[in-house]
Design a protein around this ligand. Structure first.
Ligand code: SF4
Length: 288
């Protein structure tokens, strides 16, 4: 059950209306709620500005064609819902909560859902925190899970609670009401074995949920390197559609050779997976 405390908050990077650039709902007009805080370090990360929680930085609220509005970064679910409604150009839209890693804030996601009316709530996550995923699953209508190759990850970092303590927060303690202000303390995976365990637990959770998985394929990797991801999907969530995204060359990451991309797709298809190739549309459109 969600906590009833009005003290639930999370650091918001930005709220804006745009088009979904990835996954099952690509092209759909949505509102994006980007939460700060991510302990992971993907080599192709396009939002490193969302890694830290830095409450002294303002949240950016932008309605199309209007100047960016700056607000206090630490927001309640109620305030976030007001911002969401304020940036929608027309009828209410599906809300994608993204990051950062939004699973740092399960209490916030739980409390946000009832404030969105009939809007769908979609979660974009790396699936590295299955305990937190289990807490929010019944509150989200769709999960879009990025499966990561451990080899594509740098060492994770601990989120620094001091960044939130400056705003009166405290480290999580389930017996403490103040925990609603702090990120989860579920450790990020550090080893290939820990990654495999987290991935499998997360896939087990989304097996019977509305969900899709995404795999970014970069250059310089053997097409067989992705087998461990596909084999887990085939065993754990075989009906989940798999979106394969050739990496956009950025930050030292290269795009895959076309023949390698074809081989990755065929390897996944050989396992019976429902595979689709989709370029990173958000990058083509210049959507962060
Ligand atoms: S999980 Fe997302 S925000 Fe975190 S490092 Fe990876 S791509 Fe960046």
């Amino acid at each position: 059950m969600p906590r009833s405390s009005s003290r639930i908050v999370a650091p918001v990077v930005e709220v804006f209306a745009s088009f979904q650039g990835e996954g099952l709902f690509v092209g759909e007009a949505q509102v994006f709620l980007r939460l700060a805080g991510c302990p992971l370090r993907c080599r192709w990360c396009d939002t490193p500005g969302s890694w830290g929680m830095r409450v002294e930085k303002p949240a950016r609220i932008q309605r199309d064609g209007e100047a960016v509005q700056h607000e206090d970064r630490l927001a309640s679910p109620f305030k976030a819902a007001l911002w969401i409604a304020s940036v929608e150009p027309g009828e209410p839209r599906t809300v994608s909560v993204t990051g950062g890693e939004p699973l740092m804030w399960p209490h916030f996601i739980q409390a946000l859902k009832p404030m969105l009316g009939a809007r769908r709530l979609h979660l974009e996550t790396a699936g590295a925190h299955p305990e937190a995923l289990g807490r929010v699953l019944e509150f989200v209508d769709h999960v879009s899970m990025d499966l990561k190759l451990p080899a594509d990850m740098d060492e994770p970092v601990e989120l620094d609670p001091a960044e939130l303590e400056a705003a009166g927060a405290a480290p999580e303690d389930d017996d403490d009401e103040a925990s609603t202000l702090a990120p989860i303390n579920e450790a990020a995976p550090r080893t290939p074995e820990a990654w495999a365990m987290a991935r499998r637990r997360s896939l087990d959770l989304i097996r019977d949920h509305d969900a899709c998985v995404k795999v970014v394929v970069s250059g310089g990797r053997s097409p067989r390197a992705y087998d461990e991801l596909f084999e887990d999907v085939a065993r754990r969530a075989p009906d989940c559609p798999v979106f394969i995204a050739p990496a956009t060359p950025i930050g030292g990451v290269s795009a895959p050779e076309f023949q390698d991309l074809v081989a990755v797709v065929e390897n996944a298809r050989d396992l019976g997976l429902d595979v689709r190739v989709l370029p990173q549309v958000h990058r083509m459109l210049g959507i962060a």
